[in-house]
Design a binder for this molecule. Structure first.
Ligand SMILES: NC(=O)c1ccc[n+]([C@@H]2O[C@H](COP(=O)([O-])OP(=O)(O)OC[C@H]3O[C@@H](n4cnc5c(N)ncnc54)[C@H](OP(=O)(O)O)[C@@H]3O)[C@@H](O)[C@H]2O)c1
Length: 263
């Protein structure tokens, strides 16, 4: 039996990664982890300034570049696919993280919320993965598949108990991301690409700033660990799924929520 080389098990040395929504929040936490594990990381989001700033900051840790694009539009995705293809002959890791939420009272919940949230949270990860599949196939090696990591949410795995107001389109979109992950795992596994999802609980970000301010005490009380997540815990799951350690994990939806789903 061959020995286990733990020293390189989590290394991403020589790998190329693209993180959508990598300019801040969860995407930045993941990008920072991948850079430190040795990958060359492209961070992408709509605002060029924000992308450039994050790439410059993370460059202190390793190679990190800015590739701004709006992944909710066909033109934006096409430009992103072309830009990364022009710079890299192969892609090893795609993190579909860019996402948006929309909360409103039930009686006023707008149709436009579904258009916006489902287009960005569900259609974009599918279409970007589809269009980057040739580059990912070139990144896949024998025993070391290319990786797609979708960012879902705890909200796609349980039902919030607050009645009267809610994030109806968002929670539906995240349940859809989880199931999309499973169907893509079956579709792309034979092409040597794994597809998994991370379902975060609460982490500090622009998206959660307001809810954490208003309901922070309830949120931490509902978590068996009594706190929200830390950036290194989002980095850790991304490194696991992207590295040799996670090579046989496929089609999984992994909660990173401190056990909140169990309460
Ligand atoms: N934070 C949490 O506790 C938590 C929990 C569960 C799930 N999540 C999920 O984690 C992901 C990131 O959320 P976050 O909390 O980090 O939120 P955030 O701070 O609002 O970050 C969202 C990121 O996505 C980018 N983005 C938004 N629309 C985009 C578009 N059309 N095209 C490209 N990039 C776009 C934003 O940059 P620009 O504005 O420059 O485009 C930003 O980089 C989302 O999928 C969210 O559902 C977060």
């Amino acid at each position: 039996m061959a020995g286990i080389d733990v020293s390189s098990l989590f290394s991403l040395s020589g790998k190329v990664a693209l993180v959508t929504g990598g300019s801040r929040g969860i995407g930045r936490m993941m990008a920072e982890g991948l850079v430190q594990a040795g990958a060359t990381v492209y961070v992408s989001s709509r605002k060029p300034d924000a992308c450039d700033r994050t790439a410059a900051e993370l460059s202190a840790l390793g190679p990190c570049r800015s590739l701004p694009a709006d992944v909710a539009t066909e033109d934006g995705r096409a430009a992103l696919v072309e830009a990364i293809g022009a710079r890299e002959p192969r892609l090893h890791i795609l993190i579909n993280n860019a996402g948006a939420a929309w909360g409103a009272p039930y009686a006023e919940y707008p149709a436009s919320a579904f258009d916006k949230v489902l287009r960005l949270n569900v259609a974009a990860p599918f279409l970007l993965t589809r269009d980057l599949t040739p580059l990912l196939e070139r990144g896949a090696a024998d025993g070391d598949p290319a990786r797609v990591i979708n960012v879902g949410s705890m909200d796609g795995l349980h039902v919030q108990q607050r009645v009267g107001t809610g994030t109806f389109a968002y929670s539906a979109s995240k349940a859809a991301v989880h199931h999309l992950t499973r169907t893509l795992a079956v579709e792309l596994g034979p092409r040597n690409i794994t597809v998994n999802a991370v379902a975060p609980g609460f982490f500090e970000s622009r998206m959660t700033a307001d809810v954490l301010q208003r309901h922070g005490a309830d949120i931490t009380a509902a978590c068996p660990l009594g706190r929200i997540g830390r950036p290194e815990e989002m980095a850790g799951i991304a490194i696991y799924l992207a590295s040799r350690a996670g090579a046989y994990t496929n089609g999984a939806v992994i909660p990173v929520d401190g056990g909140t789903l169990l309460t």
